[in-house]
Every structure is written in structure tokens, then in C-alpha cells.
Design a protein around this ligand. Structure first.
Ligand code: SF4
Length: 581
């Protein structure tokens, strides 16, 4: 994007260049970049674009087009919500607030003068021993004319505590009902971010989906196979946004926390259009969903409370009492969608918030009876409280409640269906012991995951800030001892992944070594209560054998019920359907 924008600027002199989309959105302020292991500058100054648009940008694009058409210069359009611009200085009419006054990351000193012109963050950060403090500021300030100064790019690059602090302040300023503008120094200029866009109303969202899309990949792809398109070509988005706040995910930073839903009529109309206009359509809708499958039409019950709310999640640590968790509209939509002429099946493939679903057993019954194709993927992400808290995910007890309902309704429907739980290895806040406990849970519950993922930091996500800084931006950021355990380095990340695939012989040498180091050698052996066998099959874990490790004789493998080779293994495989992914 940086190179494209620069080349566009060179090629079309005098033509405004506007950047947007998910890449620009998530790189709108200084951010940790996993691939270069560096804190990078906002893409706005580096791309030399005139304007950055973040989030779902329809409002900003339309307003920008009208204003340009009316003769305004791009450099004069500095006040559009959901955009970022470069500025030399703070305009006179604005009140600048040093973010360290909101959540101070340095010495608890005398109160700052909130009207001070350019408070210097670094001044309060020189001392590493003192804790965070809140400063009282005048209550009557006009938020629409307040701009919060984040520590500069140079400061967050050099100081992990300031990075974590900036991440926290950034995330606290994401509710369009009360967010203030943000500003962050990059060299001699400021990146200025206006507050997030106002969410679209249902009628507005419907109008967008009525535009004449071709529903085809870009012609530049020609006849090439396009897996991304294959996956979504028969799926219908019903909503945007997510109020879950999972820290490893960047959806909220892009689409916002307020759910924007299409009307039922609009969704049904799109299904009919798909049916009538796609020669390849077989009558199967692969998904009715969005960032989640079941936040459709869910919103804070009180508009006033919503607009003043500063919480990062509406469902963590528990579901907020102000949240409307009614699934009736969604259940109704499912019923009407599958009743449409020519529609054989409607599947639900988007991620399900099972903590919300358990509040409405009728919804689960509907889902399980009609919309699951044998397997339903859900994402508890972990079983242990430490990592779950850092992820802002519900406890595993909620998963168990959902599982009971899932199995009950599957049985009532006469269907053999399975849940496929997804887990993340090496998430910040995860210890080796947490991964061991997760592996034991997987074994006890009969899961042998095929594909597993280790945490990868995405720009702007809170968990990425944890990864980079070892601090927890979910709380006031302090200097001193408090830190988050962050699995780092190839060896520990490999080990965490290996715990998820405890059944894979390739991982056994690594797991045996770790279990011994953890004082859990009792889990090595050939019985049911053991996690990994004491022996190593021939042809596996090459390095282990190269180091002189002994392989188990082939005959013995069969006797102990090797799944693929022995008779016992074959019998077992026949008896029990695969529940593995
Ligand atoms: S008050 Fe509760 S439901 Fe409403 S926006 Fe805040 S956290 Fe969400």
C-alpha cells in the first residue's frame, strides 16, 4: 500500500490520493509489526497519501466525494469521522489532552494543567518506579473539541510501557458515541485521527447490498482458481461489527463494536438474487453470517448508556446486563431463508458466540436441527483461566453448557453431529502448564486436532500489544513488576503447538523433554492416563533418532493398538467416528 500510494502520487500529480481498507485501517497509528519485529510508523506519512479512511468507509467516501465535488481542497477536509490526516499543529479551538493524564504511565507527580499547550509525555516517563495514576480533569469539557495526544512514534518504539499505554488509550477511544480525536507525533508532524464513523442504520446497510455487484472475482483473475472467492461465493453477510472484544482479533478496530444488521427482507432478497442469477448455484447457502454468526440485531438496550460506555467488551468478564441477547430475529431469519423456493440447505459457518447462544436454547435447537452439516466449529480458544482472561473469552464451563444443549438437540433431531473446538497456542498469558492442562483436556474429551494455530500478532490488536510489550493494556498500564507471560521464540511456540497435537509422534520427543522439565514425567508412558508414550515409532521425529533415541519394534506397535496398522486400531477406527479436525 505504501509503494502503490507513492507511485500513484507520482503518476497523477495534483490528484488526491486516499488510502483505506483493512491494511490502512489497522496501521493507522504507530503499531507493532510481527514480520519485521518492529514498531512501525502509521502508513499515512509513509504512503504520502492525502487522507486515510479507516473502518467500513461508506459514510466517509460519500461525504468526501461530495466535498471534493463542491470544490473543497483535499487538504482542507480534516474533520471527517473515520479518517486520518497529517497536521503540523493542533488548531486553536481544540483542547489537547496528554494521554498520560488519562492513564499515566510514569511518575505520580503534581497535577498537570489540562490546558497546557503541548504537554510532553516523556517528562513523566523518565521514572520507572512509580505507578499509573488518573488525574482529575474538568468535567464540562466539550469532547467533540478534545484531542488526546498519544505518546509519539519514537516514544512507543523505544518504550514498551508507553506502547502498551498508547494501545490502551487507543482502544478506549473507539466508541463512536464518546470517542475523542487522537493525535500522535511522527517526526515533525502529527497523525491526526478523527473519531470512528457513526454505524450505518439498517436501511442504509440494505441500500449498500442492493447495489449491482457482479458477485464475481475481479476480471484480472481470468479463469484462475480463486479459493477465497470459492469460500464466500454462496455465503450471505447479515451483519457487521462485533462486541466480543477478543484481544487477538482486529475486527473491532476495523468494523467497530456496535452491531449493524441488514433487514430480513434484504437478506432474503439477496438469496433469491443469488438463486436466480448464478448458474452454478445448487440450492445451498454456505453461510448466513458475519464477524460472528449470532450477534444479528443485538445491541445495547439503552442508546444513552451505549453512547457513554467505555467498556472494551459487552460480553467479558460476563454478558453486560444492558445487552439485548434475544435470538428471535435470527431464528426467524433462518426459518424464512430455508423456506425459500429452490433453497435446499442453509448452513451456518461463521463463528458462533456460544456464551450468547446458551441464553436462547430455542436458537440452539433451530441451529442444530437445520443448519449444521455434521460438524460445528466453535472457538473456546483455551480451557485455562489465565490465557482466557488475556483473550477476554468466556470460561470453558460455558462451552460445556453449550455442548450439552448441542448434543441434546442433535439427538432429538436424530443426527450424529460433533462440535469441533478451536484453540490458540502461545497466546500472551499462556504458560507451559496452561498448555499441558489444555492437552490433558483434549485427551480426556477425545479430541485430536489436525490443524492448529499459534498466536500471530496482528497490527493494533490488544494481544499484539501484550506480545510486544509483555504488559496488559486491559488494565491501567504500570511500570514495575506486573507483566504478562508471553510465549516467545521458536522453541516455546513449537512446544505450545505440540501440546495441541499431543497425539502426533513427531512432537513426542519435545513433549517428553518438556514434561520432564515441568516435573510431570508421570504423564510419559503407555497407559490411558499418560499423555505421550515412552517409545518412538520408527520413521518419526528424525532428529530424535539421529540423536540416538530408541525406536519401538514394529511388532509391539501393533499389539498396543496402532490406529492404522494393528487390528485393534482398525476395530477402534470403525467403532468411533472421527471427531478430529
Ligand atoms: S453498556 Fe453494556 S451492552 Fe451497552 S455498550 Fe456498554 S458493555 Fe455493551
Amino acid at each position: 500500500m505504501v509503494v502503490y500510494a507513492q507511485r500513484a502520487k507520482e503518476a497523477y500529480k495534483g490528484v488526491p490520493v486516499v488510502i483505506g481498507g483493512i491494511e490502512a485501517s489497522l496501521r493507522r497509528i504507530a503499531h507493532y509489526d510481527y514480520w519485521s519485529d518492529k514498531v512501525r510508523r502509521s502508513v499515512l506519512p509513509d504512503s504520502k497519501a492525502d487522507l486515510l479512511i479507516y473502518g467500513n468507509a461508506e459514510r466517509a467516501i460519500v461525504a468526501l466525494a461530495h466535498r471534493l465535488a463542491a470544490g473543497e481542497k483535499i487538504g482542507e477536509i480534516t474533520d471527517l469521522r473515520g479518517t486520518g490526516v497529517m497536521r503540523q499543529e493542533i488548531p486553536d479551538e481544540w483542547l489537547e489532552i496528554d494521554s498520560s493524564e488519562l492513564d499515566q504511565s510514569g511518575r505520580l507527580g503534581p497535577k498537570r494543567d489540562p490546558y497546557q499547550e503541548s504537554p510532553d509525555c516523556s517528562e513523566s516517563d523518565s521514572d520507572t518506579s512509580r505507578v499509573v495514576g488518573f488525574h482529575q480533569r474538568p468535567k464540562a469539557e466539550d469532547r467533540s473539541k478534545c484531542v488526546v495526544r498519544l505518546p509519539s512514534h519514537d516514544q512507543v518504539s523505544d518504550d514498551p510501557v508507553l506502547y502498551a499505554h498508547a494501545s490502551r488509550v487507543f482502544h478506549l477511544e473507539t466508541n463512536p458515541g464518546n470517542a475523542r480525536a487522537l493525535v500522535q507525533r511522527h517526526g515533525k508532524r502529527d497523525v491526526w485521527l478523527n473519531p470512528p464513523p457513526i454505524p450505518l442504520e439498517t436501511e442504509e446497510l440494505d441500500r449498500l447490498y442492493e447495489l449491482p455487484y457482479t458477485r464475481r472475482p475481479h476480471p484480472a483473475y481470468g479463469d484462475a482458481k480463486n479459493p477465497a472467492w470459492e469460500m464466500i461465493r454462496f455465503s450471505i453477510p447479515i451483519m457487521r461489527g462485533c462486541f466480543g472484544g477478543c484481544t487477538f482479533c482486529s475486527i473491532t478496530e476495523h468494523e467497530g463494536r456496535i452491531i449493524q444488521s441488514r433487514s430480513e427482507a434484504s437478506v432474503l432478497h439477496e438469496i433469491e438474487t443469488l438463486r436466480d442469477s448464478s448458474p452454478d448455484f445448487t440450492g445451498i447457502i454456505s453461510d448466513l453470517g458475519g464477524p460472528t454468526s449470532n450477534m444479528y440485531q443485538m445491541r445495547c438496550k439503552n442508546e444513552h448508556v451505549e453512547s457513554s460506555c467505555r467498556r472494551l467488551s459487552c460480553v467479558f468478564p460476563g454478558i453486560c446486563k444492558h445487552m439485548n441477547t434475544d435470538h428471535k430475529a435470527l431464528t426467524q431469519l433462518y426459518r424464512h431463508a430455508r423456506a425459500l423456493k429452490g433453497i435446499k440447505r442453509v448452513f451456518i459457518a461463521s463463528g458462533l458466540r456460544y456464551d450468547l447462544a446458551v441464553r436462547d436454547p430455542e436458537y440452539i435447537k433451530e441451529l442444530v436441527t437445520h443448519h449444521v452439516g455434521g460438524y460445528l466449529k466453535i472457538a473456546p480458544e483455551h480451557t485455562e483461566a489465565g490465557p482466557l482472561e488475556m483473550m477476554m473469552k468466556p470460561g470453558i464451563g460455558t462451552y460445556d453448557r453449550f455442548k450439552r444443549l448441542f448434543e441434546k438437540y442433535s439427538k432429538e433431531a436424530g443426527k450424529e453431529q460433533y462440535l469441533i473446538p478451536y484453540f490458540i497456542a502461545a497466546h500472551p498469558g499462556t504458560t507451559d502448564r496452561d498448555m499441558l492442562n489444555l492437552a490433558l483436556w483434549l485427551k480426556e474429551n477425545g479430541f485430536r486436532p489436525d490443524q492448529v494455530q499459534a498466536f500471530l500478532p496482528t497490527p493494533l490488536a490488544i494481544a499484539s500489544a501484550m506480545y510486544h510489550t509483555g504488559r496488559n493494556p486491559l488494565r491501567k498500564v504500570k511500570r514495575g513488576k506486573e507483566s504478562v507471560a508471553v510465549p516467545r521464540g521458536t522453541k516455546q511456540r513449537r512446544l505450545h503447538k505440540a501440546f495441541l497435537r499431543y497425539h502426533d509422534a513427531e512432537n513426542w520427543p519435545l513433549l517428553r523433554e518438556a514434561l520432564k522439565a515441568m516435573g510431570r514425567a508421570d504423564l510419559i508412558g503407555n497407559g490411558k492416563r499418560h499423555l505421550v508414550p515412552a517409545w518412538q515409532p520408527a520413521g518419526t521425529a528424525k532428529e530424535y533418532h539421529e540423536r540416538g533415541g530408541a525406536a519401538k519394534p514394529a511388532k509391539r506397535q501393533v499389539k498396543r493398538g496402532g490406529r492404522k496398522t494393528g487390528k485393534i486400531g482398525k476395530r477402534r477406527a470403525k467403532r468411533k467416528p472421527s471427531r478430529h479436525r
